[in-house]
Design a protein around this ligand. Sequence first.
Ligand SMILES: [Cu+2]
Length: 306
Amino acid sequence: MPLLLLLITLTFTASLPHTKRQSCSSPIQRRAWHTLSTRERLSYLDAERCLMSRPAQTGAEGAVSRYDDLLGAHQHQAGWIHNTAWFLPWHRLYMRAHERLLREECGYDGAQPYWDEPRDAGRFSGADIFDAREGFGGGGEGEERCIRDGPFTDYRLHQGPGYAYEEHCISRAIDDNVSSYIGQDAIDECLSQPDFQRAWPCIETNPHTAGHRGVGGVMDNAVSSPGDPLFYLHHTFLDRVWWQWQERDLQRRLGEVTGGVPSFAEDGHWVGISLDDVMDVHGVIPSVRVRELMDIRGQALCYEYE
Ligand SMILES: [Cu+2]
């Protein structure tokens, strides 16, 4: 190809994202883990291990790997992204950040899968997501409850538990009883909430807590739970619940956020959440406003649920 033509082609290609800013022409399809083929499962798990092997970039305290960069973003902000109206939008961005790292830095060509937890409610210990060969490995053993099989047995965490920075294993203590609180009835109750102000606490209470405590161990720590890779499948499931709730009255709910968030201007005070609030994942991917997180098919996100 003549040089001039090549340059024109490159310039044109580079300018495309600007001319098409509003549209997201080919959203990737997020699917439930149990519907993925063996090849798809293994490629996801391989990409996660790749993130765990790449060096940290953000300078987050304790972070050794790229995987830890993400953990650091959650650990640092845990105090204002839980039990506040930022819970759903922040975690939506966080799931997207994880999905982007897998795709852009580890060659993963799929979308972020979710764990269809109501399917396994009350029987987490028998869920195929804990498979040692094509899953995340099983429950923990011994005093520290370290996981003993699956692709993540050798991973050492350096952030957590909670706000501490201690080296430890990925641990789990599966609790079937607690896992029953993420049944379809609990999801339906949240989907029927009339407004955002009631939908997010509903999602954060039973379904969210049941997933964390039902897996136990690292997942049971509100601050450092992203140390278990299952975190991303659990929160992607919750993101889907929010989207399903939005879809019930899409026109209105693409713009609906209500509820309290802590004020950064006045310590101890609360203010109303705004579509202009900036959600930030410590530079792992660029910050965006809540407004851009309302439509999963928009440019900032660009995915759908099958
Ligand atoms: Cu969280």
